[in-house]
Ligand binder design. Structure first.
Ligand SMILES: [Zn+2]
Length: 456
């Protein structure tokens, strides 16, 4: 007798696709096979005509951005995640300059209390004090990834944070290199050389440049600044030996800079992309879509899809940052960030199905298997092998749902994808519990688990 049998569907994992049933017991995958129909099960889920896939893992999330209480972020983020097929997230932990731990406990407690899937953190580092705490933090908390916000300098700095400089960058990479062998530690880098863009912005603003299209922001922060930061950080990676992961790629120039240098860098260098940079054109979006790096134009898409298919881009993510219209008065001063936790996976899977841009097993690889591998969550997450957490989604590839901000479950009041039609999951299961089904959130708060890394 198993707890749940998901029967009659087509199972899609990074390893392939087949008509099979999925048996779940005690929150983990018991077995996957073509002739399980006869076994006794407490619950049965009919997946006839549906795809059955591992839940999506979103490794780039800011549920509390820009100014929500952790409780609010965790609660709304948890609901948006399961409605979008996301069963695990890694959220950024951005604390005041002094130390790494000050906000960690409160944020972790809020996630444990309110989030509906599982979670971990990446810790942002801005000061030498924080750099020095990295080894102990890795060892005691199981958080092995550290974020360098390269553009956080000059006028970009938002109090109480302090700006970063290249000395901190260098010292963090040295620290990460020293503990990498034991823990699989990584430095995460937002690659943009921001200083020229301060001048470009002033010039454009003074010249009265048009401010309602988000393409203006694309022009403020041009692609070559991304390529410049990638070139330089590749050199830092080579020099220190630290694994460096670029968390945002948005342009062909950036992609080429990465590809030119990757084989010449002695350290492991990897990259990811947000789905919106593969699909959206800034000229078709208003200033609510302001984020960094900016929405670019469709001229970049071919090179980025090619990078994804070649695995130069290891996986995709959302950069969910649930601003509201109140945070976005005008293009120049608007807070950066878009709500996307509920929509990134549906946008990606829908694009793959409609454009044939990527096969379904590769979609699963890019949204579940690869991020799990990269961040030390395998074998618990990332697939449907026996013993894996039963994080499973059931998707009807024929059914489209219109995206409406009034119906998305995060705390934002807009979505850049208003009116678009995406494939959403019908059922989302987390560790064997159905947490979302047919438009309704069923998961109860208090069930989220912190994912210590690397996962044994
Ligand atoms: Zn981000």
């Amino acid at each position: 007798m198993v707890d749940t049998l998901i029967e009659g569907g087509e199972v899609v994992t990074a390893q392939g696709r087949s008509d099979a049933d999925v048996a779940v017991t005690d929150g983990v995958i018991d077995r996957v096979g073509s002739e399980l129909g006869d076994i006794a099960a407490e619950e049965r889920i009919d997946a006839t005509g549906r795809l059955v896939m591992p839940g999506a893992i979103d490794p780039h999330v800011h549920v509390e951005w820009p100014d929500w209480d952790y409780d609010v972020g965790a609660r709304h983020g948890g609901r948006a995640a399961v409605a979008g097929g996301v069963t695990s997230v890694i959220n950024f932990l951005i604390g005041p300059p002094g130390e790494l731990r000050s906000n960690y406990e409160a944020f972790r407690a809020a996630m444990e209390e309110h989030f509906l899937g599982d979670f971990s953190f990446h810790a942002a580092v801005f000061t030498m004090e924080q750099v020095r705490q990295v080894p102990a933090f890795v060892e005691e908390e199981g958080i092995t990834s550290f974020k360098l916000f390269l553009p956080y300098r000059g006028e970009e700095v938002v109090e109480p944070l302090v700006g970063i400089d290249d000395g901190i960058v260098y010292e963090l990479l040295e620290e990460v290199a020293a503990i990498d062998d034991e823990y699989g530690a990584k430095a995460l880098v937002h690659p943009e050389n921001v200083e020229p863009s301060f001048e470009i912005k002033d010039e454009m603003r003074n010249a009265g440049a048009e401010g309602d299209s988000v393409n203006t922001w694309n022009e403020v922060r041009p692609d070559f600044l991304e390529a410049d930061a990638i070139n330089r950080l590749m050199l830092f990676a080579d020099e220190t030996g630290a694994p460096v992961h670029f968390v945002h790629m948005s342009s062909e120039k950036g992609m080429r800079a990465f590809q030119r240098n990757q084989s010449r860098t002695r350290a492991e260098v990897t990259a990811e992309i947000q789905v919106q940079h593969l699909t959206e054109d800034a000229r078709e979006h208003g200033m609510l879509a302001k984020m960094n790096p900016p929405f670019r134009t469709s001229a970049e898409h071919d090179a980025l899809w090619e990078g994804l298919r070649r695995d130069d881009l290891a996986f995709v993510s959302s950069d969910h940052a649930p601003c509201t219209t109140e945070h976005k008065d005008n293009i120049w001063d608007a807070t950066v960030g878009i709500p996307n936790l509920q929509t990134w996976f549906p946008l990606f899977v829908t694009t793959a199905l409609d454009d044939g841009a990527m096969s379904l097993p590769r979609v699963v690889e890019k949204t579940s298997y690869a991020p799990a591998e990269h961040y030390g969550l395998t074998p618990r997450k990332g697939g449907l092998w026996p013993g894996a957490d039963a994080d499973v989604i059931v998707v009807d590839p024929e059914e489209r749902t219109e995206v409406r901000a009034t119906e998305t479950l995060d705390q934002s009041d807009f979505t850049p994808f208003e009116g678009r039609e995406f494939v959403f999951p019908e059922v989302t299961m987390s560790r064997g519990d159905v947490v979302y089904a047919n438009g309704e959130v069923l998961g109860e708060e208090g069930r989220a688990e912190f994912l210590s890394r690397p996962n044994p």
